[in-house]
Design a protein around this ligand. Structure first.
Ligand code: ARG
Length: 454
């Protein structure tokens, strides 16, 4: 491929280090698609005849069929997917294969392949995200009347609807979905025709190539085109953030499925046992949802570190973009459907959640009660705080302090006080957009459904 000026064979161990076919074979479909378009562009520029074009296009399709069928036989001399495809093409169609690379470099070629791959991947991932969002939506709708303690700092804070808790993840995933869509606009830029770094000297029609390959536009600078991996970094950031969201969901469900909480039970299909303790049922699926975030974040970091400090244009370091990319894709491919399955099959224990509500979680509502009677909020907050302290020193619940005791704390307390200690009422008070009131949550679910339908 480039042996003309060399007088020695490559060192074996260096050849292994240098070669990327063992992982970049996954680009074969994109590579062959790019090459078919390039053969057509060569014919349009009269650099090859129409017969030669057809021979190349047909030959490339045959190579693709070998990959599809799993019969492609890699040779030790195949350095990467690009050289492997071209080598095999030569075996199938003869000397005309040597014309395919006219004016092209592996530098613009690999950038093109990777962009095609990422565009494909984004579509698949968006589909998997939508599937998980649908699972969240279904479960939220089924369990609309379930109350649970809402936490901040992992301390009981205020009563909320279980559906409201779960739907929070719908919106995280909605941003992830939108982030991928946004990322795709910057992936959809054609590098092919940039050559090694300086552009194409043979008059290739780049707009034609972009149309053929479905890119929204062509790159503006050939030096940037061959070394721009921002699109992978962006994709990996989106993947890492999906990982962070799934990890938080994992942590919530690991906690909520423990005996200490008992709020939910994971289906047996998504749990494992212990080889030592016969009674154990472990929430491994959600522990892995939490754990996989580590490698997704690592994938982003490894690419950023590779990019940092590179001199302009293509450098072989850039070959290190692929393994983190593929790792992130595979990780999310494996993870997203499992998380969706966990949510779909999750058993929700309304009674346990209800039992975990305590009257102290209505302290804010007590303060609101005083506010409605003209007490400034800061003052109301302090007075309710005194009531909490008093109940604590007497060893009773906030709801069990007598009205007289309340009156000594604030004269504004009256007989309506007992109505405050009603969780459903506290929820019903929070019907502003985005609140946990049942109506607001129903409206939220309605908006979410609209998005999914779109
Ligand atoms: N396998 C290489 C990569 O992934 C392809 C580009 C090689 N270019 C070169 N000038 N050696 O980056």
């Amino acid at each position: 491929m480039w042996g003309g000026r060399f007088s020695k064979q490559m060192d074996d161990r260096f050849a292994y280090l240098n070669a990327s076919l063992r992982f970049d074979w996954r680009l074969y479909a994109a590579d062959i698609r790019g090459s078919r378009a390039y053969a057509r562009a060569l014919a349009r520029a009269h650099l090859i005849s129409e017969m030669e074009r057809d021979a190349l296009v047909d030959g490339l399709t045959r190579v693709e069929q070998e990959f599809d069928a799993g019969t492609f036989a890699a040779q030790p001399s195949d350095e990467d997917i690009h050289t492997a495809v071209e080598r095999r093409l030569g075996e199938l169609v003869g000397a005309v294969a040597g014309k395919l690379h006219t004016g092209r470099s592996r530098n613009d070629q690999v950038a093109t392949d990777t962009r095609l791959f990422v565009l494909d991947t984004i579509r698949n991932l968006q589909f998997a995200i939508r599937n998980l969002q649908s699972a969240i939506l279904e479960k939220s709708e089924q369990q609309l009347d379930v109350l649970m303690p809402g936490y901040t700092h992992l301390q009981r804070a205020q009563p909320i609807l279980f559906s409201h808790w779960l739907m929070a993840y719908f919106w995280m995933l909605e941003r992830d979905h939108a982030r991928l869509r946004d990322c795709a606009t910057r992936v959809s830029v054609l590098p092919l025709g940039a050559g090694a770094l300086a552009g194409n000297a043979l008059g290739i029609d780049r707009d034609f190539l972009a149309r053929e390959l479905g890119f929204a536009r062509v790159s503006d600078n050939s030096i940037d085109a061959v070394s721009d991996r921002d699109f992978i970094a962006e994709f990996l950031f989106a993947a890492a953030l999906i990982g962070a969201h799934l990890s938080r969901l994992g942590e919530d469900l690991v906690l909520y499925s423990s005996a200490e909480f008992g709020f939910v039970t994971l289906d047996d299909a998504y749990a494992t046992g212990s080889s030592l303790m016969p009674q154990k049922k472990n929430p491994d699926a959600m522990e892995l949802a939490r754990g996989k975030a580590g490698r997704l974040i690592g994938d982003l970091m490894s690419l950023l570190v590779v990019l940092k400090g590179l001199p302009s244009s293509y450098n072989k370091d850039l070959q290190e973009d692929k393994e983190p990319l593929f790792d992130a894709v595979d990780t999310l491919d494996a993870l997203l459907p499992v998380v969706a399955g966990v949510i779909r099959t999750l058993r929700v224990h309304a009674d346990k959640m209800r039992a975990a509500l305590d009257a102290a979680m209505l302290a804010t509502d007590l303060a609101d009660y005083l506010v409605r009677r003209g007490v400034p909020f800061r003052d109301a907050h302090r007075r309710v705080g005194e009531a909490v302290k008093l109940a604590e020193t007497r060893g009773i619940a906030l709801a069990d302090l007598s009205l007289d005791a309340y009156k000594t704390i604030a004269p504004e307390f009256d007989a309506a006080l007992k109505d405050v200690f009603d969780f459903a009422r506290a929820l019903a008070a929070r019907e502003t957009v985005g609140g946990t009131g049942p109506g607001a949550v129903r409206a939220q679910i309605g908006r979410a459904k609209g998005i999914i339908k779109e």
